[in-house]
Write a protein that binds this ligand. Structure first.
Ligand code: SAM
Ligand code: SF4
Length: 328
């Protein structure tokens, strides 16, 4: 049974950023002045993460998502997936990726025990893809998406962060994909984090607005159920469509009351809430020889520190880290 936090929420999900490095530079994710990567020794070793996941599993955490930075740029990632897939109690092992290296690794990852992937895709226009990511090839990402579907890493969800003036004019085109095939597209509200926070007032688009624009163009959406990994998204589909549309609204309609997760940063900090800078250091105790029982206690402390909700509506936004360091 998952451990309950102080607000009776069962904590069953750990999101792990395994690297702060990325081969893209999405304008809404990385600070405009660029990022300086953490040094090698600051990043948790795979064995250290494995011990944390074992401790988490002993507390009833059954779902792990690997993210970054870009998880696939870290060497030895496939073997690391294999290590985690063997941990008893972890029955849902997923990854969030930008898709650029998926074509190369999808089959191996599935074979190693990865169950599903979410791919970030903010545009269907190759030129715009380059503009948003500041590098990267749209066609390569699509090859990756098809390779992942082929390898059985499904249901594969496409995540689109909607930013005004950047890609908000494409929400109807992205939604139309779900009429054309088995696509699951989720629209996510852009969140002010780190030094990108200044963008908030200009870039933010509520999912309510996104939904209105989609329904005005394509007709009414009906509530839908999606098999696994629902998380905070609300799902809909057009009548008769195979694909689904999800809306994730951390800002306009926060879903904190059903938050079930902890986050681990690449440098070994447990973050009870994405939108608060409060963190608990696991790396120092790990390197001083902490065993599973001690790490378990720190996980329990982190669960106990989960706030009831975030306070973005009172203009309290996290400043310390960019999204690429926390993993989304
Ligand atoms: N590199 C991988 C990727 O892009 O999928 C994993 C890490 S990325 C930080 C995880 C997710 O966070 C992506 O879907 C990305 O679009 C999203 N993201 C990044 N910055 C964001 C922001 N400020 N607000 C909302 N989502 C954001
Ligand atoms: Fe990299 Fe993902 Fe951030 Fe884009 S959203 S810069 S791919 S970490």
């Amino acid at each position: 049974m998952p451990y309950l936090d102080n607000f009776n929420r069962p904590i069953s999900y750990l999101r792990i950023s395994i690297t702060d490095r990325c081969n893209l530079r999405c304008v809404y994710c990385m600070p405009p002045e660029g990022v300086s990567w953490r040094l090698h020794h600051e990043i948790l070793r795979y064995e250290e993460i494995e011990l944390i996941v074992r401790a988490a599993a002993s507390l009833g955490i059954s779902k792990v998502r690997l993210t970054g930075g870009e998880p696939l740029v870290r060497l030895g990632f496939v073997e690391f997936v294999r290590m985690l897939a063997r941990i008893p109690g972890i029955d849902d092992l997923a990854m969030t990726t930008n898709g650029t290296l998926l074509a190369e690794y999808a089959a191996e990852l599935a074979q190693a025990g990865l169950k599903r992937v979410n791919v970030s895709l903010d545009t269907l226009q190759p030129e715009r893809f380059r503009q948003i990511t500041q590098r990267g090839e749209f066609a390569t990402v699509f090859e990756g998406i098809y390779a992942a579907r082929e390898a059985g890493l499904v249901p594969l969800k496409l995540n689109t962060v909607v930013v005004r003036g950047l890609n908000d004019d494409e929400v109807v085109d992205l939604a139309r994909l779900t009429l054309e095939g088995d696509w699951h597209v989720r629209f996510i509200e852009w969140m002010p984090l780190g030094t990108n926070a200044a963008w908030a007032s200009d870039g933010y688009v509520s999912v309510g607005e996104v939904r209105r624009r989609i329904e005005d163009a394509l007709g009414e959406l009906m509530p839908a159920k999606v098999g696994v990994g629902n998380g905070p998204a609300r799902y809909y589909r057009f009548p008769g469509a195979v694909g689904t549309i999800g809306f994730i609204s951390p800002i306009s309609e926060h879903f904190c009351y059903q938050c079930n997760r902890l986050r681990l940063t690449a440098d070994g900090r447990l973050r009870p809430c994405l939108l608060s800078d409060y963190e608990i250091d696991l790396r120092t105790p790990l390197r001083q020889g902490a065993d599973l029982a001690e790490i378990r206690e720190l996980l329990i402390r982190s669960i106990g520190a989960k706030p009831e909700r975030h306070h973005l509506d009172e203009s309290v936004s996290p400043r310390e880290r960019a999204m690429s360091e926390i993993g989304g």
